[in-house]
Design a protein. Structure first.
Length: 425
């Protein structure tokens, strides 16, 4: 939620929302239909389709940044569509687990209340929370202005933790705490330092929690015998190629010549998709064979999406560079970045702009150190000039003293050889 950009949403709002709606609906419908065609009931199919719906924008963010295309129209559309896709996936997540009980008015009343709360809280994140933060920080005296974690940073982090707990508890009563977590992040998306402060304080914890999530929560739930069976592999390949990958690729038909770039950017999957699948399996809403099929399908998308998106993005940037008469080779090299298959290793568990923040921090440190060295160099040069000036003054005083001494001695008939002449000889 903290990565949501309200300004981007204004500029590419409606087309991006259309991409997000198709990118959520097509995998849901296709996944449900394919699982039912395999002979499983509707609930298993709906759980599988819901697991295929979420998009992970992390890899796309990294590659768009490498291609210097993050601020382009299609780059902004990808980012905004991915976050709207997350919101829709959270809605599907709540609907899925509401199907466990009998359908009644009270089944959907908490969901409607949660949606109203999300809308109001998102509006407050864009308008009210920046004022609250500014007002709070203006009243708190800064006691550690030169520290990496200043007093204002501590106050802001405390605000974020409190809002996270309160919003998560409210939406937990409405169906799922994940809504509250997402909106809590959006509440601080307008404050520039918030994301950096949050990452600095939570990245180690997040890193280990994600490792434990994949190694224990997901991996322990996988029925190994079912996963390694030929039937699960083949059905998972079909599920991965069609409902998981193809539906996302075709979710932007109205976005012009960038439609396949946007489509492949939406193919990536991450922990949220695996979380839905694992929780559905743990709640007996998904049979072990279906769970294995879904895991195979998600793995296909996770493995192949980065490579193909890199190729499609590089080809698109090359073509645009050729059309505009720019240096196509340079643009292509920037889009290609590192060789295919080489990605920067991440241990933070956060989206890739954190690399940019770390790089910016390193560059800022280098700039400060360079400025300090420049100041020290200027100080030393001034000191050297001052010493030279003092030396000239001392030499002048010595020469004046010698001249005075020579005159005094000459009056007494003594011949004097100048020390300067002796030194010269």
């Amino acid at each position: 939620g903290m990565h949501f950009d309200f300004e981007q949403a204004k500029s590419v709002g409606f087309p991006a929302c259309g991409v997000a709606i198709l990118g959520t609906a097509l995998p849901l419908i296709a996944g449900t239909g394919m699982i039912m065609s395999f002979g499983y009931p509707f609930l298993d199919g709906f759980a599988a389709g819901t697991s295929l719906a979420p998009t992970s924008v992390g890899i796309a963010l990294r590659l768009l940044h490498e291609a210097k295309s993050l601020q382009t129209y299609f780059g902004q559309a990808i980012i905004t569509a991915a976050f709207v896709d997350d919101i829709l996936s959270l809605l599907l997540y709540n609907i899925l687990f509401s199907l466990q009980s009998e359908m009644a008015v009270m089944t959907f009343l908490p969901m409607v209340a949660g949606l109203v709360f999300m809308a109001l809280a998102a509006g407050a994140g864009a308008t009210l929370w920046p004022r609250i933060i500014s007002c709070t920080l203006s009243k708190v005296p800064e006691k550690k202005p030169h520290s990496k974690l200043t007093t204002h940073h501590e106050v802001l982090f405390l605000w974020m933790v409190l809002v996270l707990i309160i919003y998560a508890q409210i939406t937990h009563l409405c169906g799922t705490h994940l809504w509250g977590c997402f909106i809590a992040g959006m509440s601080f998306a307008m404050w520039k330092e918030a994301h950096h402060i949050w990452v600095r304080q939570t990245k180690r914890l997040t890193c280990w929690m994600i490792r434990i999530f994949f190694s224990c929560t997901v991996a322990f739930a996988i029925p190994v015998n079912e996963l390694l069976s030929l039937d699960a592999f083949l059905k998972g390949a079909a599920m991965g190629a069609g409902p998981c990958i193809l539906t996302k690729v075709l979710c932007a038909p109205f976005m012009g010549d960038a439609r396949f770039v946007i489509g492949w950017a939406m193919v990536g999957r991450a922990e949220f998709a695996y979380l839905i699948a694992q929780m559905a399996a743990a709640s007996n809403m998904m049979a072990p064979p279906v769970f294995s099929i879904v895991i195979w399908a998600l793995l296909w998308a996770t493995v192949f999406a980065p490579f193909i998106f890199r190729w499609v993005l590089g080809r698109y940037v090359r073509r645009k560079a050729a059309e505009t008469g720019a240096d196509a080779k340079q643009q292509c090299d920037e889009a290609q970045g590192a060789p295919v298959g080489v990605f920067q290793h991440s241990t933070t568990g956060h989206l890739p702009e954190l690399y940019d923040e770390e790089l910016a921090a390193q560059q800022e440190e280098e700039r400060v150190r360079h400025a300090q060295l420049e100041q020290e160099n200027e100080r030393l040069q001034a000191l050297v000039l001052k010493m030279k000036e003092k030396q000239r003054e001392t030499n002048a005083q010595m020469e004046a003293f010698e001249a005075s001494a020579c005159e005094n001695l000459a009056t007494h008939g003594v011949t004097v050889v100048s020390s300067t002449s002796v030194i010269s000889v």
